[in-house]
Design a protein around this ligand. Structure first.
Ligand SMILES: [Zn+2]
Length: 154
């Protein structure tokens, strides 16, 4: 199980080796992504709370990075948190997320990015439910939900 101490260790020292890497020039990202996806994934933006696709939907399935299709969160990790954004308790695998200290907006937070394409996903907080106590607060536009068994066409 992945815990807050692991988050801090990765953010402070170094992140896990990604399963693969996808690096593209910014114009190519701008072409591939919608303007909303681009603003969040590449511009480290935040979508409006409560007015986003997965905030109130709890359909089963797999949640992938909208930038590169990497598996981000497992179905079981999705949970109901009233934060305005979809929330998860655990990453799908340790090496799919990278962690970065973020001091912007006069807050000390830990930013989470896709470890494959370095797209901004959201932040992780140590106030999630037991047993791990993590809350991954993720922008809906950074995610794409697919049904179990369905292979995405990235
Ligand atoms: Zn990605």
């Amino acid at each position: 199980m992945f815990r807050w101490a692991d988050v801090l260790k990765y953010a402070k020292y170094s992140n896990p080796e990604p399963p693969r890497r996808l690096e593209l020039p910014e114009p190519e990202w701008a072409r591939r992504l919608t303007p909303e996806q681009y603003a969040v994934l590449r511009g480290r933006g935040t979508e409006p709370p409560y007015r986003n696709a997965y905030c109130r939907s709890y359909e089963p399935g797999r949640y992938l990075c909208a930038g590169c299709g990497s598996r981000r969160c497992g179905r079981a990790a999705r949970y109901r948190a009233i934060s305005g954004w979809p929330s998860f308790t655990q990453p799908a695998a340790r090496n799919v997320i990278s962690y970065h200290f973020d001091d912007s907006h006069h807050m000390q937070r830990v930013e989470v990015r896709c470890n494959v394409c370095q797209g901004h996903l959201g932040h992780v907080f140590p106030d999630g439910p037991e047993p791990a106590g993590l809350r991954y607060c993720i922008n809906s536009v950074s995610l794409r939900r697919v049904d179990e068994g369905e292979s995405p066409d990235f």
